[in-house]
Design a protein around this ligand. Structure first.
Ligand code: IMP
Length: 200
């Protein structure tokens, strides 16, 4: 059984990932099992750089394979912003409401046809020897003119998915977990592991 340490202390995320990886011959640990693990600053320019930095640091610290993710919102008309700054778009004391307010303010003169956006998630798996593999998931949509719905978190109330005719904040958790950028990235990771275990 291969041990993989998920580089996070977020219990909600760990629970979600445990469910996504169910049935694989993996023993999933988290940073709760390694209290002395270093805190890694997410100061990269890309989701990939941040996830890789976290996964490498944790693989080296624990001596086990480590998995890390980074995600956020990218808006084409804003040159990819908020991107890696999604969590703190409105500043150091930002919260979801402040980030949404800022996004809608910055985009107030941008017409509907130029409001396309994507949620992106990059997952990186690193071994203690420094070798890494990455997996990506994207979810295309459009920034609504006003928030709608109260489910989910982050930018969900303003992320409108045309194919569904609603914002992500109006989806059930099950629906979101089937369609999201995170679900897609984890789906690719799972497929890669299944292939690897089949080839043994
Ligand atoms: P992290 O990958 O957990 O660091 O997420 C970074 C930020 O991206 C979050 O704080 C949210 O603002 C945004 N974000 C990532 N995934 C989602 C999502 O599924 N819905 C809404 N916002 C998201």
């Amino acid at each position: 059984m291969k041990t993989v340490v998920f580089a996070s202390r977020n219990r909600g995320k760990i629970r979600e990932i445990r469910a996504l990886l169910e049935g694989l011959p993996i023993s999933l640990r988290s940073l709760d099992d390694f209290p002395d693990a270093p805190d890694v600053e997410e100061d990269g320019d890309t989701f990939w750089a941040n996830a890789r930095k976290k996964a490498l640091a944790i693989a080296r610290h624990t001596g086990c394979a480590a998995l890390a993710d980074d995600s956020g919102l990218t808006v084409a008309a804003l040159g990819g912003a908020p991107g890696v700054h999604s969590a703190r778009y409105a500043g150091e004391n930002a919260d979801d409401a402040k980030n949404i307010d800022k996004l809608l303010r910055v985009m107030k003169d941008i017409p509907k046809e130029r409001r396309n956006a994507a949620f992106r998630c990059v997952l990186v798996l690193c071994e203690p020897d420094g070798s890494c593999e990455s997996f990506e998931g994207a979810w295309d949509g459009r920034i609504a003119e006003t928030p709608d719905g109260d489910g989910g978190f982050g930018y969900d109330p303003v992320f409108y998915v045309p194919a569904l005719g609603k914002t992500v904040a109006r989806l059930s958790l099950e629906e979101k977990n089937r369609l999201s950028h995170r679900a897609r990235a984890f789906g690719r990771f799972r497929e890669a592991l299944e292939r690897r275990f089949q080839n043994r």
